[in-house]
Design a protein around this ligand. Structure first.
Ligand code: PGA
Length: 253
């Protein structure tokens, strides 16, 4: 599987001009990294412009989707609307959505169904809250994964992407250790194999996210065993040079 690199811009940058500038700077550098797949998730209002800048060099993702298909849901954006914009994937279950918008596993489950129904790839984010809760991590990951995916036809889930993002590592400057991340990737794949099948689980990229920088990026992708298949990058994706360094490092793996 080619390494997958996802940029989550969150609520940045502040203006369309800066968003286009960032997209252009990243896009120029990407042409040099044909051996990895890139997905960029800008805020909704910048999607069309950013998509036209990247063209075929990167896929576009949304950072959220409504748990309903259409109707009177003020402020919401549906999966079919995203599909019409040319969006290919959508981040679902990010800890910032869980925390600041009170999203439950049930809402996340509905969003995954909506995304799949519209032909979008769900990027499901899961992870534990606290750094010292090692013994409860397997349980947290199992619960979040099963509640998000319960009852969804297995075949549809071959388009899933899973991002392991320990909440304590997000934006904190304290990334998880590569050894832990590898252990989590193996565990998540084991869960997916049990829930789906070996063949389907094998096709699902599992990514690490949480304070990834050019200093630690390469260490999360190991050679000798199948661990993480890529990275989900927040803060460091807002600096073109830094993001391009990460791309360069993982395209050499
Ligand atoms: P970070 O964010 O890279 O800034 O820690 C990652 C994420 O929230 O997806």
């Amino acid at each position: 599987m080619r390494p997958l690199l996802i940029a989550n811009w969150k609520m940045n940058p502040p203006s369309p001009r800066e968003a286009s500038g960032l997209a252009r700077a990243i896009c120029r550098g990407f042409r040099a990294h044909p051996r990895i797949d890139i997905i960029v998730a800008p805020p909704f209002p910048f999607i069309t412009e950013v998509r036209s800048i990247f063209g075929k060099s990167a896929s576009l993702a949304a950072q959220d989707v409504a748990p309903f298909s259409s109707g009177a849901y003020t402020g919401a954006v549906s999966a079919p609307m995203l599909k019409h914009l040319g969006v290919r994937a959508v981040i679902i279950g990010h800890s910032e959505r869980r925390r600041f918008y009170g999203e439950t596993d049930e809402v996340i489950h509905q969003k995954i169904k909506m995304a799949l129904g519209a032909g979008l790839r769900p990027i499901l984010a899961i992870g534990e809250d606290l750094p010292d809760s090692h013994d409860v991590v397997p349980q947290v990951l199992r619960d979040q994964l099963t509640r998000a995916l319960v009852g969804i036809p297995k075949k549809k889930l071959s388009h899933l992407i899973v991002a392991y993002e320990p909440v304590w590592a997000i934006g904190s400057g304290k990334a998880d250790t590569p050894d832990n991340a590898t252990r989590r990737a193996i565990y998540i794949r084991k869960l997916l194999t049990k829930m789906l099948s070996n063949r389907i689980a094998d096709r699902i990229p599992i990514l690490y996210g949480g304070s990834v920088t050019s200093k630690n990026a390469a260490s999360f992708l190991v050679d000798d065993i199948r661990g993480m298949d890529g990275l989900l990058v927040g803060g460091a994706s807002l600096k073109a040079e830094e993001f391009l360094s990460i791309a360069r490092l993982i395209s050499r793996r």
